[in-house]
Design a protein around this ligand. Structure first.
Ligand SMILES: Nc1ncnc2c1ncn2[C@@H]1O[C@H](COP(=O)(O)OP(=O)(O)OP(=O)(O)O)[C@@H](O)[C@H]1O
Ligand SMILES: [Mg+2]
Length: 246
């Protein structure tokens, strides 16, 4: 595994813009994630959440700005090795088995002695009995569970989860919440885009709210409540308030 350089933030995004043709999907974003933080990325449909995550993990080229993972420029070999990405829609190989996916990803990330952890993850998400089945035979929720297991097994210090709860049943959402807490205890940094505010409220240190490609609010829930002068507001109420059109 690649060494974590403590003198750099885990993620630094500076003056980041992304245009698709004339459409400004991300507009001059600036923010940092510090090691060990769990940060929720919120925003209405089309706000730019997936575009932002894809720019960070090197799948889209920013139009402007700079992104560094623990000091390493986005898309570089070290930056990629340090980041795990669980996409919005699982990207699996239909003709590889569940177990072969984990074999493949641990090979790519050079993770040693991964088997016991892989078994524990598959059992945790109750897909251990599917370990020798082809991915193309899995249900939607099972694909999402495998995609999460592939992200976590990398042991990368920073994880980007794009709507990880979509397709999961209530028990699996609870499992994922527990797993996020466990990863936080291990010192991992997590950046989680989601529309499900209740589960995220329980596990996040702070949230960043995007709207039309701009950061319109960020901070801990307590800070956002304070800014709005609504000391008892839920995350849902805060979200609806900050994203409301004036
Ligand atoms: N490849 C692309 N080409 C052109 N426009 C794109 C492309 N990808 C995203 N966009 C546009 O950029 C904007 C942001 O899209 P994005 O997928 O990042 O939103 P999101 O916040 O993830 O939304 P959702 O909550 O629906 O997942 C949208 O207007 C979308 O149409
Ligand atoms: Mg999205």
């Amino acid at each position: 595994m690649i060494e974590d350089n403590q003198s750099h933030p885990m993620l630094a995004v500076q003056n980041l813009s992304k245009k698709f043709g004339k459409h400004m999907a991300l507009d001059q974003l600036d923010f940092f994630l510090h090691r060990g933080e769990v940060v929720g990325l919120l925003g209405p449909n089309g706000a730019g959440k997936s575009t932002l995550i894809k720019c960070i993990v090197g799948l889209l080229r920013p139009s402007e700005g700079e992104i560094r993972i623990n000091g390493h420029i986005r898309g570089s070999r070290v930056a990629r090795q340090m980041s795990a990405y669980v996409p919005e829609i699982p990207q699996l190989y239909g003709m590889l088995s569940v177990w072969q996916h984990l074999q493949f990803i641990t090979g790519a990330y050079e993770v040693k002695q991964w088997e016991a952890k892989a078994e524990a993850l598959l059992k945790m998400f109750e897909i251990w009995d599917k370990k020798d089945e082809f991915a193309k035979t899995l249900s939607k929720g099972m694909c999402q569970k495998l995609s999460l297991c592939c992200g976590v097994i990398t042991d990368a210090p920073i994880l980007f989860l794009d709507e990880p709860m979509v397709g999961l049943d209530p028990k699996a959402i609870k499992t994922l919440k527990d797993l996020i807490r466990q990863l936080k205890e291990e010192g991992k940094t997590l950046f989680i885009s989601t529309h499900l505010l209740d589960p995220i409220e329980a596990v996040c240190n702070r949230v960043i709210v995007l709207k039309r490609g701009k950061i319109i609010a960020q901070g801990s829930l307590a800070e956002l409540r304070h800014q709005l002068g609504e000391e008892n507001a839920s995350l849902e109420e805060v979200f609806l308030e900050v994203t409301a059109d004036v």
